[in-house]
Design a protein around this ligand. Sequence first.
Ligand code: 9D3
Length: 225
Amino acid sequence: MRIDILTLFPQMFAGPLSESMIKLARERGLVDVRLHDIRDYTHDKHRTADDRPFGGGPGMVLKPEPIFECVEAVVPQGTPLIYMTPQGRPLTQAKAGELAGLEGFALLCGHYEGVDERVREALVAEEISIGDYVLTGGELPAMVLVDAVVRLVPGVLGDEESAQQESFSPKNLDCPHYTRPEVFRGRRVPEVLLSGNHGEIARWRREQAEKRTQERRPDLTNGEF
Ligand code: 9D3
């Protein structure tokens, strides 16, 4: 899978793309993530990528020319361009699964007030948000999306985890987890987990998961995840 990321701040991606599962997936050649600095596609002395909005108002708008030139130079024909924006549809697990089935896609990260509307009209296939809170740009949302998608690419997860993922898709939150020691600063691991009774353990985990879901995310019982 190939992912092209278009941004004014490519350095923001260095850490997240170079650690853990994404690092391994890239090393194994399962994903090819490429960063492109939109500013490299400007032509003026000051490398101007943004300008003031027509009609007035606060903030700056990303100019169309560098974005068009960047897309035309680096995004393969027929590859969907996804614009990360607060105006987009919320990212879901279902959408991550859909994107994981593609040969590739490109991500456009907005910054400041957003991109010139003509970019959207002519180049953007789809707009995605990661939730209802205000960030400074689309870079962190792009990293979230890449992380959610890459772990679903065949071969990226370990055998155990991906088998679990295939076999069922629970609509509850996860249960509590414990590891050694049995007593830590006076707090004991629940007795049932040490009992060796696998039927009882499964029942306890299910009950805990259901209790948490009712308390924290009653909305989950009707859908996704
Ligand atoms: C109406 C005033 N604007 C600033 C307060 C709106 C605005 C513009 C640009 C708010 C945030 C941003 C930058 N955010 C993104 O580009 C973004 C985003 C987000 O802020 N939250 C959740 N998902 C996303 S995807 C891209």
